[in-house]
Design a protein around this ligand. Sequence first.
Ligand SMILES: Nc1nc2c(ncn2[C@@H]2O[C@H](COP(=O)(O)OP(=O)(O)OP(=O)(O)O)[C@@H](O)[C@H]2O)c(=O)[nH]1
Ligand SMILES: [K+]
Ligand SMILES: [Mg+2]
Length: 432
Amino acid sequence: MDTVFSLGSGAGRAAIAVIRLSGPAAGTVLVEFTGARGAARQARFVTLRDPENGEALDQGLALFFPAPQSPTGEDYAELHIHGGRAVVDAVLQALSRRPGLRPAEPGEFARRGFANGKLDLSQAEALADLIDAETEGQRRQALRIAGGALRRQVEDWRAALVDALALVEAELDFSDEADVGSFDRDGLCRRLAPLCRAMQAALAEAPASERMREGFLVMLLGPPNAGKSTLLNALARRDLAIVSPTPGTTRDMIEAHLDLKGLPVTFIDTAGLREAADEIERIGVDRVLRRVETADLLLWLSPGGETEPAHIPGGTQVLKIATKGDLFTAPGGWLGISASTGAGLEELFAAVAARAEARLGDGGAALFIRERHRAAVASALLAVEAAEAREKDLEFVAEDLRSAARALGRIVGAVDVEHVLDAVFSRFCIGK
Ligand SMILES: Nc1nc2c(ncn2[C@@H]2O[C@H](COP(=O)(O)OP(=O)(O)OP(=O)(O)O)[C@@H](O)[C@H]2O)c(=O)[nH]1
Ligand SMILES: [K+]
Ligand SMILES: [Mg+2]
């Protein structure tokens, strides 16, 4: 097994940088660079020297975590050095010149931890989300799953399946003599019913957790010159989109990612909806209409509430915003704002935040943070329902239950599928 290293902290100038190493040579590297391995899990103040020529590279802290009590389950070390670019480069280069040492692949530390049973696949995925979390809701959701909430749930469900399977297999063992028709089907269904209900409930929550990761999607729609780009800039407090008195100014979709009361909300400014004046504008309008299908909320903007909403797909929530409140008064049923004076913006924020909260929850109950989690539970549920529906052939009932258990096993990585592992860990950043 190779020993790998990488910069665990962010790239760029910083007060402190952390370099991590994992593998059988981690202890030897500490001896070579700092003169000693040091006591387990105790920080030492050291001078780091290049083993090739004895030249001092930096001063800092060194820590050694002997296997198996380490994040990767292997011998593991950390060097806390000064975060200057040249310092970090010099140490990384000196490390890469040591025989048997190589830079870690993206996600390799987490993957080694997974291989050594330090965390399951769902926890590894949640760690990646925790690093990407930008809002409170995302942090809360990722932390729960990283703490094993999904793993524990999956274990409970699998235990219930194994229980039901034992009932069926016991009957199969005696089926030579016993009449299979005497099998206690009601007993089996009674055992499986709570399991089905629990999986159905979790599946119903899935869209909310998905949205928590991606953000609640709000699109700004309306005729040209309604003030859509002006509003986007006011919401983002930055000049993201070009504003001008010329109708048809915006042609592409421009996104602003905001934190609204701890929830991730993405606002998208769009090309004004009208009969397009040229080919480029027509493409812009087509794109908007396609994207509208995926939005959680549409803000329909119209100066003074003159134009009623159009192009709204059925079922999508619409909030009618009367813009340019400094020039016009808002009719009933419209929320009046003025991006020029800031009037009504607080009310708009509150209205959007309330809808985002209703859709996303607070991240405290989420279970499925990846589509593959939802898909695995959906197929487990199908298999259990198939088992319940079988009239005879206990052998098939047993196989249904086994296949449900296998589907659940994929979530935590208990059922080894190498390409799933590759897909999960390759999306990690380097140093994870
Ligand atoms: N008085 C006043 N003018 C506004 C307000 N909001 C926007 N405007 C002006 O209205 C014009 C159009 O604004 P934009 O934000 O470019 O409108 P848009 O809806 O993005 O227009 P397109 O991208 O062309 O569809 C600009 O001249 C803005 O300065 C407002 O609240 N009050
Ligand atoms: K404009
Ligand atoms: Mg615009």
